[in-house]
Design a protein around this ligand. Structure first.
Ligand code: ISL
Ligand code: CA
Length: 549
């Protein structure tokens, strides 16, 4: 038995809602707060506990709400503050919790701070952002934006460049400026005082910059993220200040999104005595296969890499730190398309991956639509895509000579719109997501894959999730028990135990082939199985089992 401190946020399960694509209530084609309210019973029935809602604040939507122009307002597309209050109450009435997305590494360029900041060199808001003079007629250094092109944009008004690690409509806030930090703490208090249960903190390791602004000479963009953009010299000072000033005064949870947080520095963010964050979403497994230029420049990887990462992170966290376990979110492909088999074994592999997410050590996070096995989408033309990252890189790669279709194939594997098509509620027009024209096309497979049919089928992926969620609640060893891997990394099966008050043995076949299974299961009861197979020592393709002793 381990001696890990008990906390509710270790025991509960997160479900991520991407509001734009969840459920539209008023026919404008955009998912909204009232749409979410109408589906709270659905989520309660599924059995999740904590809802993480992607941003719903006022935003010009250059990056779908991750560019915020007013942190105190609900974007009218999503509804009103009254709708928000009703949503929060509806969530709490059902015994669930709500965490909001906090995006304060950058704001929108349409935020009043930036509108002021750009006006003149001596504007009181000038140093809310990073402004620099150009060098030799070009930008101040060679830094690249996450979404392509230079990370610097020249503003003719004052003839200086401002820093934007994301799009040019997402200028980076200057956390060196105490006024910026206190403005952020005010925002935190405003939402916490409304009674929300915590925050998911967007790109939090990026808030402290390396002020020399030296050129980046790393081999790959991932190395640039880790060594140049993330983990800056004051990042822990700032997070700790935020904790001391605000966070520690509330019974909440915080989860930091961690691009560039490697397992070697993870504990600095989440060590239990650090006074920083409760847990992180590390992205090491999400960034697997990113080549020198990132996700659209892919390299091969396999399951041994995935398993290695999970094991190394588990060891790194030990009894002091905590991570969230997830295999997809609004930035990465559908888990069943990326890690499973979304054609022949869609149902089996979706259930097998669910078993993994809900039994590794950490707080599970389920992305909307995974509970019905939604898949990646392959649109015919770039015009059907909405994501700024996809569009920018399409322009960059095709202008260098790549054929459009070749790039679209990469988008089908890695693009963010794969997970942003509307939730498939039923088989009627636009899948019951909207009565109007959806803001992005649906995945054409919605007549087959949808919530309505899942709810009618006892063997659906939905009910398997529900069963696993109940089973997890009944067996706290999944939360606090130790994690030991029994299989070899190169095996096509993944076998691990969770040991605490009882012994739980998780057996996963992550391949399209039958595999031999010859572990000693004497004295164990088989509690969970994702398919009907009575042969003890053979695992069928994508089979998952949980044994208990
Ligand atoms: O999406 C990615 C790769 O395609 C990631 O590199 C992602 O940009 C990175 O993890 C940061 O993501 C977060 O901040 C972005 C926003 O676009 C993402 O949606 C958000 O999750 C800027 O706010
Ligand atoms: Ca709407």
């Amino acid at each position: 038995m381990t001696t890990i401190t008990k906390n509710w946020w270790k025991e509960e399960v997160i479900y991520q809602i991407y509001p734009r694509s969840f459920k539209d209530s008023n026919g404008d084609g955009i998912g909204d707060l009232r749409g979410i309210i109408s589906k709270l019973d659905y989520l309660k029935n599924l059995g999740v506990d904590i809802i993480w809602m992607s941003p719903v604040y006022e935003s010009p939507n250059d990056d779908n709400g991750y560019d915020i122009s007013d942190y105190y307002k609900i974007h009218p597309e999503f509804g009103t503050m009254e709708d928000f209050d009703e949503l929060l109450k509806g969530i709490h009435d059902r015994g669930m919790k709500l965490i909001m997305d906090l995006v304060v590494n950058h704001s929108s360029d349409e935020h009043e701070w930036f509108q002021e900041s750009r006006k003149s060199l001596d504007n009181p808001y000038r140093d809310y952002y990073y402004w620099k003079k150009g060098v030799n007629g070009g930008p101040p250094n060679n830094w690249k934006s996450f979404f392509g092109g230079s990370a610097w944009q020249k503003d003719d008004l004052t003839d200086e460049y401002y820093l934007h690690l994301f799009t040019k409509k997402q200028p980076d806030l200057n956390w060196e400026n105490e006024k910026v930090r206190h403005a952020v703490y005010d925002i935190l208090r405003f939402w916490l005082d409304k009674g929300i249960d915590g925050f998911r903190m967007d790109v939090i390791p990026l808030i402290s910059k390396r002020l020399e602004f030296a050129d980046a000479n790393e081999k790959s963009f991932n190395d640039v993220i880790e060594n140049i953009y993330s983990n800056g010299p004051k990042v822990h000072q700032y997070i700790n200040e935020m904790y001391e000033e605000v966070l520690k005064h509330y019974d909440i949870m915080t989860v930091g999104e961690g691009p560039g947080i490697s397992k070697d520095v993870g504990l600095k963010y989440v060590g239990h005595d650090r006074g920083e964050l409760n847990m992180i979403f590390h992205l090491d497994h999400m960034f697997l296969g990113s080549g020198p230029r990132g996700k659209f420049d892919p390299l091969p990887y396999d399951w041994s890499d995935i398993k290695a990462l999970f094991e190394e992170w588990d060891t790194a966290m030990g009894e002091s730190g905590w991570i969230s376990i997830f295999l997809d979110n609004h930035d990465f492909p559908r888990l069943v398309s990326r890690f499973g088999n979304d054609t022949e074994y869609r149902i089996e592999s979706a259930k097998m991956l669910a078993t993994m997410v809900l039994t590794l050590r950490g707080t599970p996070c389920i992305y909307q639509g995974s509970e019905i096995g939604m898949t990646n989408v392959d649109f015919d033309t770039i015009d059907d895509y909405r994501d700024i990252e996809t569009i920018n890189f399409f322009n960059e790669f095709t202008s260098e000579g790549m054929q459009p279709r070749e790039f679209l194939d990469l988008v089908y594997r890695h693009g963010r719109d794969n997970v942003r098509t509307p939730i498939q509620w039923d088989s009627t027009a636009h899948s019951g997501f909207t009565n109007g024209q959806p803001w992005i096309k649906l995945n054409p497979n919605y007549p087959d894959i949808n919530v309505e049919s899942a709810l009618k089928d006892d063997n659906s992926i939905f009910y398997f999730y529900k069963q696993l969620l109940e089973y997890r609640k009944a067996h706290p060893t999944f939360v606090y028990g130790a994690f030991h891997v029994l299989s070899q990394r190169t095996d096509d099966i993944y076998v691990y135990e969770r040991k605490g008050e009882e012994d739980l043995l998780v057996v996963l076949n992550h391949s399209n082939e039958r595999q031999e299974f010859n572990y000693d299961i004497n004295g164990y009861a088989l509690d969970i199985q994702n398919l009907e197979n009575k042969i003890d020592n053979v695992l069928l393709p994508w089979e998952a089992r949980i044994y208990r002793k």
